[in-house]
Design a protein around this ligand. Sequence first.
Ligand SMILES: C[S@@+](CC[C@H](N)C(=O)[O-])C[C@H]1O[C@@H](n2cnc3c(N)ncnc32)[C@H](O)[C@@H]1O
Length: 360
Amino acid sequence: MEIERALHMVGGDGNDSYATNSRLPMKAIMETKPVLCKAIEGVFASLSSPALAKIVIADLGCSSGPNMLLVVSGVIGMISTSGYLEKMELQFFLNDLPGNDFNYVFRSLQQLKQLADGREGSLEPPYYIAGLPGSFYTRLFPYQSVHIFHSSYALMWRSKSSQSGVLLNKGNIYIGKATPSHVVKLFQNKFKEDFSLFLALRSEELVSGGRMVLTFLGRKSSQMLAHGDVGTMWELLAEALQILVQKGRVKEEDLTTFNLPFYAPSVDEVTELIEESGLFDVEHTGVFESSWDPHDDSKSNGGDDVVADCARSADSIANCSIRAVIEPLIADHFGESSSSRCMSPLLPSILRKEGLCTLS
Ligand SMILES: C[S@@+](CC[C@H](N)C(=O)[O-])C[C@H]1O[C@@H](n2cnc3c(N)ncnc32)[C@H](O)[C@@H]1O
């Protein structure tokens, strides 16, 4: 599978689209706003003449939805109230893979005006926005030209799916309970390789004194399969696919040869790689939890929480956390009709059966 072509969120603004179903990552953007604000202050502090500056900000893996608007308007808002406004100009680059719905991105930029109208009384700096298709596992910018890299919920995607060892991960699509340890190692090594490359590329593109704010969908502990982590969700998706194999709607061989180009790292894995690279200083790391249910704002992440409406929760997890994100990839591998369409009624029932809707 060629990831650059096959991986993209569901475009447009229909019921199944990422734009309509991206409240879960939105929670992460809200949570990390103070960190982004601190990063901007750090960049200003490092500028020799902040009153005459052009600041370049890149959102890597922006997708097509309201979250990238939140990032752009958030940065504009922070700078508007920073006291550094005079003669400040901002250049935003919105990056994603070429299959991303950039038309939706460009159309939605007009909503920035409404967001600005909500910020009463403050002037805003002139800003310019450009789309940038390409993989963040390649060079995207000229040498030392970017002040701030932001990336949220994107770096857990790999540049390639791990092919060697897939036959030994039969019935799974990610690291599951039955996955042999050397296959787990393959997933880990691919993450190490990709993230080290990412760090090396960004270190060339970042200006001296620049900052990166990176948010991963990750694991809260070093344990590979903690109940409620994202691995549980991919196990349920694998189970849904196994049922389709039993019903003859998906070929067994197609399931055997499918491994998600994904790895959810722990915070220690991320910080160790940054330290090993010697390319960046870590100013802040943090872990936060959120419920898998996009409409549940509690930070529950334990097995004892009770969800008021389990059926509704299961449906929104299936739509928001799974379908809007993974349907194009599944359709690319298994075929449009045989997999993604008939998978949708199966997933909520499996989620309900497993009680995942009670966990984050
Ligand atoms: C779950 S979405 C998150 C989007 C957005 N940042 C948000 O918070 O809502 C992850 C995005 O990362 C993009 N992505 C994955 N791998 C990428 C790569 N190598 N280069 C650029 N974008 C990538 C995907 O296409 C997808 O749009």
